[in-house]
Design a protein around this ligand. Structure first.
Ligand code: ADP
Length: 354
């Protein structure tokens, strides 16, 4: 805008040109400071390098930690800058073994003026989710491959068999394997519905109704093993805030487990307990129990203490993952106490409706 050329009266004996130049310098300095503070506010690290590799500008987020971590990141920056100054876009991920463990991505791009722009990003969460997804896909493939593989072998055997009695036995096995695949798919669908559904529905739900419906769902499985489900009916006015369908699904998963991991002819107890601002939906059994070392892990998808027993009883390894998701969706939690050989008590705590 020609500010530098505008004539003014001398101030304190200073020439107008000099005074205008000072104004201009302080304006540019202000702008630079504003740009730097905007750059410093970014959650990603940014480094600008000139064609000779000298750093023109870098923001706060380029410092990812202290001491050794910063040294490792600086080495990665130097390597990527060398590539970018040679005209090649390049990127590398480095793992910092914390704790907490972190994954940092350093990416350098050549600039038109021959310099380079480096972006440093903490991608730990993305890397963790990728690992979870890869594990999940591997687990699903395994879970479905087992019954589907068995079905193929059985079908082949049936097609070559003449003895009707054997054909009948093989066909029954095929039905079992088909049910196993169907149950896994049902549980996967239920889990994804509950995960995606999130915390949408928060209506007053009568606890009595949830427990009854869950017991009814599990009755057939209990009868098959001659197990009695003892429902201690809560008072009809007791209500929680939540999604009825999800709550029934969670409690019924807990009852199914109590039935599966109890001896034939045992008893399972279902009740509700008031615990401050929460209602605990409780399922108790006198079954095989869970070793202390496994207690934290049983809520993970596909985790089983005894793989063979879970498989024999038609388990999918997803039941408790569903229960934990339902608890999270309701801003509640799920607690377990168990003694190996004596039994387990699971309590799903849901906020009470005021
Ligand atoms: P599964 O379909 O294998 O039962 P879950 O996610 O429901 O999968 O449970 C995970 C594991 O936790 C089970 O394989 C079992 O080892 C253990 N478990 C769950 N509930 C009980 C229980 N009531 N008694 C003993 N072990 C249990």
């Amino acid at each position: 805008m020609g500010l530098l050329h505008r004539r003014r009266e001398p101030l304190n004996g200073e020439s107008p040109d000099l005074s205008d130049a000072r104004d201009e310098i302080s304006r540019v300095r202000g702008e630079l400071e504003r740009a730097q503070s905007a750059l410093d506010a970014l959650p990603i690290g940014v480094v600008l390098v000139d064609p000779r590799g000298a750093v023109l500008s870098r923001n706060h987020s380029t410092r990812v930690g202290r001491g050794h971590s910063d040294v490792l990141v600086q080495e990665a920056i130097d390597r990527q800058v060398t590539q970018a100054l040679a005209g090649r876009e390049s990127s590398a991920s480095i793992e910092l073994f914390g704790p907490p463990k972190r994954v940092i991505q350093v990416k350098a791009t050549p600039r038109n003026d021959g310099g380079a722009l480096v972006i440093i990003e903490d991608i730990s969460e993305r890397a963790r989710l990728d690992a979870v997804r890869t594990d999940f896909v591997a687990n699903i493939s395994h879970e479905l491959k087992t019954p589907v593989g068995a079905l193929a072998v059985l079908a082949e055997a049936v097609s070559e068999e003449d003895d009707l009695e054997v054909v009948h036995r093989l066909a029954n096995k095929m039905v079992d394997e088909a049910h196993r695949a169907a149950t896994s798919i049902d549980d996967l669908l239920e889990l994804s519905r509950i995960e995606l559904g999130g915390r949408a529905v928060r209506e007053p739900v009568v606890v009595h109704d949830v427990l009854r419906s869950a017991v009814i769902r599990s009755l057939a499985a209990a009868e098959q093993r001659d197990i009695r489900i003892d429902l201690d009916e809560p008072e009809p006015a007791l209500t929680v805030l939540g999604d009825r369908r999800q709550l029934v699904s969670a409690v019924s998963n807990l009852i199914d487990n109590a039935v599966k991991y109890s001896e034939q002819g045992a008893e399972v107890f279902v009740s509700a307990v008031i615990d401050g601002r929460h209602v605990g939906l409780r399922v108790e059994d006198r079954g095989v129990g869970i070793p202390t070392k496994d207690l934290d892990r049983v809520f993970e998808r596909f985790y089983r203490v005894d793989r063979a027993r879970s498989r024999d009883t038609g388990g999918t390894g997803l039941g408790l993952a569903i229960v934990r998701h339902v608890a999270t969706n309701h801003e509640g939690d799920v607690q377990v106490t168990s003694i190996e050989g004596e039994g387990s008590t699971f309590t799903l705590r849901i906020p009470v409706a005021s």
